[in-house]
Design a protein around this ligand. Structure first.
Ligand SMILES: Cc1cc2nc3c(=O)[nH]c(=O)nc-3n(C[C@H](O)[C@H](O)[C@H](O)COP(=O)(O)OP(=O)(O)OC[C@H]3O[C@@H](n4cnc5c(N)ncnc54)[C@H](O)[C@@H]3O)c2cc1C
Length: 463
């Protein structure tokens, strides 16, 4: 540690209660340097577990005086390296800011602190007969603060939208120490610039979010789930377009390609018709049981011409869970084939899904690696997983990833549909958005964080 950072640590230890400042123990700090991005280990020098806005202000005051970087950290389930302390410094953990402050059925809003785990929040909301739709597959781990920072999506985004659609307002501490309140408790509200929208998806680079006010919905009482096999991804993609063009909006339309299917078949042998090369998981929901079932039957009819074999419609909750396990354990099953993988989360216009899947496979072949593609086909958000066995293969993996990101941009899509730019994709932002738009974003960052101390090195490559 530099003398300035030693001094900052001493001040933090003096200002915060014992046990809430962690430093000097490399083994204890190491896990704080990792997330789910597989980008390596970047431990902070200090971890501070804050419990209030006043403590966050104190952290910024000390960090500013000694010019020490500060990185907000939720549950470290991020996949773009957003919480990694790439310049060392202070990891500001929200794990103790974990209270659900209010669930109000009358206004259909809730207020939470950022460290609340998403699954815990959803379960509490459901006790009131209400529903908070955003559902990243990491919901048992991730925090609402991390969801807001990454504007997280999930399988249900097709029908219900992503985190941004639910955030009505925020409280946040700026690196300058100012506390701001953005948004409103009403559904409508257009006063001033939309600072809430700016902070959602800002990946912990503009402010530390301390309170989140979200919109809730009445909980849909019935859900129907089905699994359909297809000869190939093209047939599955055609089926997706046909369903959506008929005005049926399922809450999920999850696609799995042939490599994914082969991985699943290892643990579920004989489950899928021979010759199947892609799967679609479809889910509909609503309050009228008959209508929800009729809707999934309509989907089954619409995809039947392209399908291979029977459409499997879940009969009851146990079968629904079984179908979802196919999707939830996919990542684990893929790792049984190749122990390592880098998962990209590009998004393309729906019509380009077959071409994107084909391009990802061809890119894999060109560098001698297998690529499995699955994801939220209904909204064009695909996870292209470049799989490998040995760390020495990593340069080829990076080459394939770069080519996949370029292909997504060429097809009119984006380098990230839900995981964020973070450290992983910062070199590609300008390719997607152009020099001027990135320069403007850098200037915005400087307005919030004049000294560049909050989560430096993320989203934008070094100048
Ligand atoms: C198995 C698995 C499945 C996943 N599935 C999905 C999916 O379906 N959809 C999806 O969108 N993502 C998915 N993710 C990615 C990840 O879970 C999300 O990005 C999640 O929102 C990160 O939350 P976190 O609490 O872990 O944040 P972290 O990883 O700790 O941090 C993420 C970013 O948020 C910032 N941050 C955290 N808290 C705050 C705060 N209070 N104020 C300001 N900035 C803050 C951090 O600085 C960092 O930049 C998945 C991850 C895994 C491991």
């Amino acid at each position: 540690m530099t003398p300035a950072r030693e001094a900052a640590l001493a001040e933090l230890q003096a200002r915060l209660p014992p046990g809430r400042v962690l430093a000097g123990d490399a083994e204890a700090l190491e896990p704080w340097g990792r997330d789910e991005s597989e980008l390596g280990s970047f431990p902070p020098e200090v971890v501070v577990k804050v419990e209030s806005e006043a403590e966050i202000q104190a952290v910024f005051e000390v960090a500013t005086r000694h010019r020490v970087p500060v990185v907000p950290v939720g549950a470290r389930s991020g996949k773009s390296g957003g919480s990694l302390a790439i310049q060392g410094g202070i990891a500001l953990s929200t794990e103790r800011l974990n209270r659900i402050l209010e669930i109000n059925p009358e206004d259909l809003v809730a207020r939470v602190e950022p460290g609340v785990i998403l699954a815990t929040f959803q379960a509490e909301v459901e006790k009131h007969g209400l529903f908070y739709p955003p559902d990243p597959n990491s919901l048992e781990l991730c925090t609402l603060g991390g969801n807001v920072a990454e504007n997280a999506g999930g399988p249900r985004a097709l029908k219900y939208g992503v985190t941004r659609e639910y955030v009505l307002g925020l409280r946040a501490v700026l690196p300058t120490g100012e506390v701001i309140r953005t948004g409103h408790r009403s559904i409508k509200g257009v006063a001033g610039y939309d600072l809430t929208a700016l902070l959602v998806g800002s990946e912990g680079t503009l402010a530390v979010v301390t309170e989140i006010m979200v919109k809730l919905l009445p909980r849909p009482r019935h859900v129907a789930t089905a699994l359909v096999a297809f000869a190939d991804v093209g047939a599955a993609a055609r089926a997706v377009s046909r369903v959506l063009a008929q005005g049926v909006i399922p809450r999920c339309l999850e696609l799995m390609d042939d490599v994914s299917l082969a991985a699943i078949a290892r643990t579920s042998p004989g489950r899928f018709p021979t010759g199947a090369g892609a799967l679609l998981l479809v889910e509909t929901d609503g309050n009228d049981e008959e209508q929800v079932f009729a809707e999934i039957v309509r989907v089954a009819d619409l995809v039947a011409a392209d399908a291979r074999g029977e459409v499997l419609v879940a009969q009851g909750e146990a079968q629904r869970r079984e179908i979802w396990e196919v999707r939830r354990y996919l990542s684990v099953n893929l790792k049984a084939i190749h122990p390592m993988k880098l998962s990209e989360d590009i998004a393309v216009p729906r019509s380009k899904i077959p071409e994107m899947v084909a391009r990802a496979k061809a890119i894999g072949l060109s560098v001698g690696l297998e690529v499995a593609t699955y994801g939220h086909a209904g909204d064009g958000n695909l996870h292209c997983n470049v799989m490998y066995d040995r760390v020495e293969e990593r340069p080829r993996v990076d080459e394939a990833v770069a080519a996949i990101l370029r292909a997504a941009i060429e097809l009119g899509g984006t380098i990230t549909g839900e995981h964020g730019v973070g450290l992983a994709k910062r070199d590609f932002l300008e390719l997607e958005q152009g020099r001027e738009a990135v320069a403007l974003q850098r200037r915005l960052k400087a307005v919030f964080d004049p000294l560049g101390l909050l989560n430096p090195g993320k989203i934008f490559p070094p100048a």
